[in-house]
Design a protein around this ligand. Structure first.
Ligand code: FE
Ligand code: CA
Length: 528
């Protein structure tokens, strides 16, 4: 890719230091017993409650999690309504929701250069345990979050339940799906991208806010804060650890590496926008400080393991990919679709993924990513020509086949992909060659619908009526909004498609529209 003459602000100003407290509870002050402020410092630090964006945790490990918050008294102001000074934040982790039995604590700096965001890597916790956490700054104390550490790497666990979601365009509806997700008994939530949308807000929608098409750091920060002000979204963040990755709309629609899909935007300008977008994304997500962006570069792909039961390979299918062939969009396949030099993951990430799959010691190998991996012919009923989405893996047929062939050759067991982006629910067989009915099924794909994007849904969509008959590898299609819940045991995987009948007003009920089962050792999902 082209590396522009981009002046990157070094991350030196960002304090990664967190002073871990002593492990003994006896040495630790509860917030209520902290030494009181001296007369000189008694002036309140904040004009208003500074934890308006809530709290979050993420990337669970056997010995800890990442804790996140961002000090912000005004979500509509780039600075969050705070002066341009660093602020000290005290954090605590306890075993009880009353925060009495504190087991870890420390101080960290909420740096003004990073929008007063806080990313604490807590260590020294026990595996597979529920913990509670809280932040304090000045006289203000945050709400209490709940989280859960991962099981020990070699632990044999009999089940793991999690949910995944994507595509939450704010103005298109209410986050009722999250209200229901919050009631589930989950160990983690996976977000597969389109956490924000960068376009100027649509009008005539159930919710509205004013704002531009995003370009500057200020634009991206304010958009994240508006989304993050939603109480239902905050509730799910405060209740479970999240494992997040992005898709295109965190930056720009259908972007590929250094290229905006908009031909009027130069690569240089686009990379400046990408740097702003990545920075604001980092500032608002419970990610490890090691993922901190360097200008327009931010390595977010990573592996998260849950004992011997399952391993998530979390992918980034935007930052390293070649440009979409055939001009993008939905097109009959042109030559570029089969170009062997085209890549979806970039060489380094592709090798990393293959290594994860080859060396995995887990029963289930999960690929958490953005775009449909199965080759789907989208042409409408009665059409003669095949229609492929050039933005999805089907536009990168050589790269797709390379990955599928690798699964077959390496006899990689129990591969399940979790996919977002497309705003509807699908279940797909993963195959090397979709034109050959004898081509074996090498894995299973669950595509989750949007939380709100596209607005109120229906069970079917007329423009998709040709999909099922044309694509025998597609086992299920549904066009309602919602989220997906997965229950995993050593013997079987169960996916529940949880749907809400409307998002245009609050309080929709939620039901399990369909459930699919994958048995260990037998790729392909069966409706139950
Ligand atoms: Fe989307
Ligand atoms: Ca997308």
């Amino acid at each position: 890719m082209i590396i522009p003459n981009y002046k990157t602000k070094t991350d030196c100003s960002f304090s990664r230091r967190t002073l871990l407290g002593a492990g003994s509870a006896a040495l630790i002050w509860p917030f209520s017993q902290l030494p009181t402020a001296t007369a000189a410092s008694r002036r309140p630090l904040f004009q208003d409650f500074p934890f308006k964006l809530g709290v979050a945790s993420g990337d669970p490990a056997p010995d800890g999690v990442v804790l996140w918050t961002r000090l912000c008294i005004n979500p509509l102001d780039e600075t969050g309504g705070l002066p341009p000074e660093d602020v000290q934040v005290h954090w605590q982790v306890a075993t009880d929701d009353g925060m009495r039995n504190v087991v870890q604590q420390g101080m960290t700096t909420a740096s003004a250069d990073w929008a007063h965001s806080v990313h604490v890597e807590v260590q020294g916790l026990l595996p597979d345990r529920t913990y509670f956490y809280q932040f304090k700054s000045g006289d203000e104390v945050s709400e209490t979050g709940r989280t859960r550490t991962a099981p020990a790497s070699d632990a044999v666990i009999d089940h793991f339940r999690f949910a995944f979601a994507s595509c939450q365009r704010y103005e298109e509806g209410y986050y009722t799906a999250y209200e229901h997700m919050a009631q589930d008994d989950l160990r983690a939530v996976i977000h597969l991208g389109d956490y924000i949308y960068e376009g100027s807000p649509k009008t005539g929608t159930p919710r509205y806010f004013a704002g531009p098409k995003l370009n500057t750091l200020s634009d991206f920060r304010i958009r994240h804060s508006i989304y993050r002000s939603d109480r239902l979204l905050q509730e799910v963040h405060a209740r479970f650890p999240w494992i997040v990755t992005w898709d295109d709309h965190e930056v720009a629609n259908d972007y590929a590496d250094a290229y905006s899909h908009d031909p009027s935007v130069s690569t240089e300008d686009f990379l400046i926008r990408r740097a702003n977008a990545y920075k604001a994304y980092y500032e608002h997500m419970p990610l490890r400080p090691s993922t901190v962006p360097r200008g327009p570069f931010m390595d977010i792909y990573r592996k998260i393991r849950m004992g011997r039961l399952l391993e998530f390979s979390v992918l980034d299918t935007r930052q390293y990919r070649s440009r979409q062939p055939c001009g993008g969009g939905y097109e009959p396949p042109c030559e570029g679709v089969f170009d062997p030099s085209s890549t979806m993951l970039g060489a380094a990430q592709e090798e990393w993924l293959k290594k994860n799959l080859t060396t995995s010691e887990c029963t289930w190998n999960i690929i958490a990513q953005q775009i449909i991996l199965a080759r789907v012919d989208f042409s409408p009923q009665g059409a003669e020509e095949m229609l492929l989405s050039m933005d999805k893996w089907s536009g990168y047929e050589a790269a797709r086949r390379r990955l599928m062939q690798f699964l077959a050759d390496g006899r990689i067991q129990n591969v399940v992909t979790l996919t977002g982006d497309v705003h509807c629910n699908w279940v797909n067989d993963l195959k090397i060659d979709y034109d050959d009915p004898q081509s074996p099924v090498v894995g299973t794909e669950f595509v989750g619908t949007s939380i709100t994007s596209r607005g109120d849904g229906n069970e079917t969509r007329s423009s998709r009526e040709g999909v099922l008959p044309r694509n025998p590898a597609v086992r299920f299609f549904n066009d309602e909004r919602g989220y997906v819940r997965c229950e995993v045991t050593p013997e079987k995987w169960t996916t529940d498609f949880r749907t809400v009948p409307f998002v245009s007003r609050p309080d929709a009920p939620c039901l399990t529209r369909a459930s699919f089962v994958v048995e260990s050792g037998r790729p392909g999902a069966v409706r139950s």
